[in-house]
Design a protein around this ligand. Structure first.
Ligand code: ADP
Ligand code: MG
Length: 606
């Protein structure tokens, strides 16, 4: 046994209570991770105080200043020191934390904010003639002083995070933080249509949302129009479904109005904006294959349920919730939306029989299946057939002989992807090959071709542009318009020439020649959403490719368009010459092949 040396003995850990200001700072780190979170807490307080007008002023993306002024209940002078004390709240009258009806309930926000900024409160209770003010400097409250001010409350935060430099370092650009603040205000505004909201950045008005009066749905749809755009408000389907004590209401977008991201999905539980996986998943599931796999529906949905059926105390910023009966919630969301879509005449396409599909092989790795005939895939991509040229099909990236006429009828054996024989459901091309048959998803295939073409042009001298005879005004959400304006110069090589047009539109002057026939407004809106998603500044190259992919999607033949045999053959020939044509831009296969051998096996001839 080794004798223990006295000085090698481990020092016993000393446990000490952290000073209150450190405790508050730790809590602040969870509650306010960025300026937008501070805005959220302050606006929620104003709403809890019953305000009918809320003005938010910010400077330097919220870092320099956040000031929220409301005309709500106000606070008595002697309540001010309590308001900034941790775990002091006027809202929790049920100590069991199970019947929460207000947005706040922990009494944490003001204490946390006072710890990480220079905070000043001015408040005048309704019916009183004078206001009182309280300032907090470096975590220490000054005595309450008389002040001037209208009824209601004004909370000012200056130099946010000055006391926590580590946090400061993680803030994004001023533009990104401002954008996050705008989204927070917009979300709360959707849940409170009767309240007027204003957002001002350094004297410039970013949001002006006048109060929307009227019956519940009238006011709501008007507010949604202000925030999500008039187009959404006009075309969205109204929904109102109840099951037991649950109620789901709001507006959902038509499948044709889908977006490339979930940014336009706004979900609320008991009027609280939430980012809830379960609800998002249910929403997407309800649309099923009415949407391509990578598309997302637009929606503003409000779920109401008795407060004891949902736990809102699971996330520091109260952004997530837990349902006591998640299956029931999911069922209501999926069922309610499906029914509404069906009533509006949107039906999902029925899939091909699974047994038949099982016999099909796919090019590329999708689903881990392999090409049934080794060598054919390579043959397909290396094959250099003379390309025919109806303008439906963009040429391959390499030079293509423009003078080559389309063959009257391609001979099946001559081409890897065979000869077009028929079109099914206006969406799929059936081609006969030497060794079997091929089924092509016309939209996916064409999208890939346009994408490869755009990428090749981009790599060469920039995408070929075509001027519009009449510049087109595309109305957008202000955030979308701003995102496009900010990247205006970077879009030119992509073939898009546009300029800001007011705060909620752009003027489109030139577009990629390949896409001149696309729905330009939809294209620009999608592009704006992709840019907003890319705010996190992925490498430019990657960003450009994503934008190309989103452009290509709009430039492509939609499923549902009838094609002539010549057009179909042209598409097949172009596919043979295009790299990666076996998959669409989203990794889905563009065609599946079935060999004669497999067919014979299906019929038990072998
Ligand atoms: P919570 O909102 O969870 O109660 P806060 O720290 O955000 O905690 O606010 C503490 C208390 O200060 C609130 O319970 C409320 O009584 C009061 N308060 C805060 N902001 C306002 C406001 N804008 N108008 C009236 N009272 C307010
Ligand atoms: Mg609060």
């Amino acid at each position: 046994m080794t004798p223990m040396l006295a000085d090698a003995a481990p020092r016993l850990p000393v446990i000490r209570r952290l000073p209150q200001n450190i405790v508050n700072r730790i809590a602040a780190g969870e509650v306010v991770e960025r300026p937008a979170a501070a805005v959220k807490e302050l606006v929620e307080n104003a709403l809890d105080a019953g305000a009918s007008r809320i003005l938010i002023e910010i400077e330097d993306g919220g870092r320099g200043l956040i000031a929220v002024t409301d005309d709500g209940s106000g606070m008595a002078p002697d309540a001010l020191p309590l308001a900034i004390e941790r775990h002091a709240t006027s809202k929790l009258d049920d100590d069991a934390l199970i019947k929460i009806r207000s947005l706040g309930f922990r009494g944490e926000a003001l204490a946390a904010l006072a710890e990480v900024s220079r905070l000043r409160l001015v408040s005048r209770p309704a019916g009183q003639t004078a206001a009182a003010a309280l300032a907090v400097e470096a975590g220490r409250a000054r005595p309450v002083e008389p002040a001037a001010g209208p009824p209601g409350t004004r909370v000012e935060l200056r130099d946010l995070f000055f006391a926590t430099p580590a946090r400061l370092k993680f803030l994004k650009s001023e533009r990104a933080e401002t954008q996050a603040i705008r989204e927070v205000v917009e979300r709360l505004a959707m849940a409170y249509p009767a309240v007027e909201f204003g957002l001002v950045q350094a004297g410039k008005r970013l949001l002006a949302l006048p109060a929307c009066q009227g019956l519940a749905f009238d006011a709501l749809v008007r507010r949604l129009g202000q925030v999500m755009g008039a187009a959404f408000a006009e075309n969205a389907l109204q929904l109102d479904e109840a099951r037991d004590e649950l109620r789901l209401f709001g507006y959902i977008g038509l499948p044709t109005e889908s977006r490339p991201s979930a940014r336009s999905q706004h979900l609320f539980v008991n009027r609280r904006p939430v980012l809830d996986r379960l609800l998002k998943g249910a929403l997407r599931a309800a649309y099923g294959d009415l949407l391509f796999a990578d598309r997302q529906p637009m929606a503003a949905l409000f779920l109401e349920l008795p407060p004891e059926q949902v736990d809102v105390n699971v996330h520091p910023a109260k952004a997530e919730v837990r349902f006591r009966e998640p299956a029931m919630v999911r069922g209501l969301v999926i069922g309610g939306i499906k029914q509404r879509l069906a009533a509006a005449g949107c039906r999902t396409t029925s899939s091909l029989g699974q047994a038949a599909l099982g016999a099909f092989g796919r090019p590329g790795g999708a689903g881990g299946r392999s090409w049934p005939r080794p060598g054919l895939a390579e043959a397909a991509t290396s094959f250099q057939a003379p390309a025919p040229g109806p303008d439906l099909v963009p040429g391959p990236p390499a030079a293509r002989p423009m003078d080559a006429a389309p063959p009257a009828e391609a001979a099946a054996a001559d081409y890897p992807l065979g000869a077009a024989r028929a079109q099914l459901h206006d969406s799929y091309i059936v081609a006969q090959t030497a060794a079997g048959l091929i089924l092509v998803d016309q939209h996916a295939a064409h999208e890939r071709l346009v994408f490869e073409q755009l990428k090749a042009q981009l790599a060469a001298q920039g995408v070929r542009r075509q001027g519009l005879l009449l510049p087109e005004v595309v109305t957008l959400q202000p955030a979308q318009a701003e995102a496009l304006a900010a990247r205006q110069a970077e879009l030119v090589p992509l073939g898009l020439v546009l300029e800001p047009f007011g705060t909620d539109a752009v003027l489109l002057r030139e577009v990629p020649a390949l896409l001149a026939k696309a729905d330009l407004a939809a294209l620009v809106r999608d592009l704006a959403d992709s840019l907003l998603e890319l705010e996190l500044a992925s490498p430019l190259e990657q960003a450009l490719h994503r934008v190309c992919a989103s452009l290509a999607c709009h430039g492509s033949v939609r499923a549902g368009r009838r094609l002539s045999l010549a057009e179909m053959d042209a598409l097949l020939r172009a596919m043979e010459q295009t790299p990666h044509s076996g998959q669409c831009n989203h990794g889905r296969p563009t065609y599946v092949a079935l060999s004669l051998a497999d067919i014979e096996r299906q019929f038990q001839r072998r």
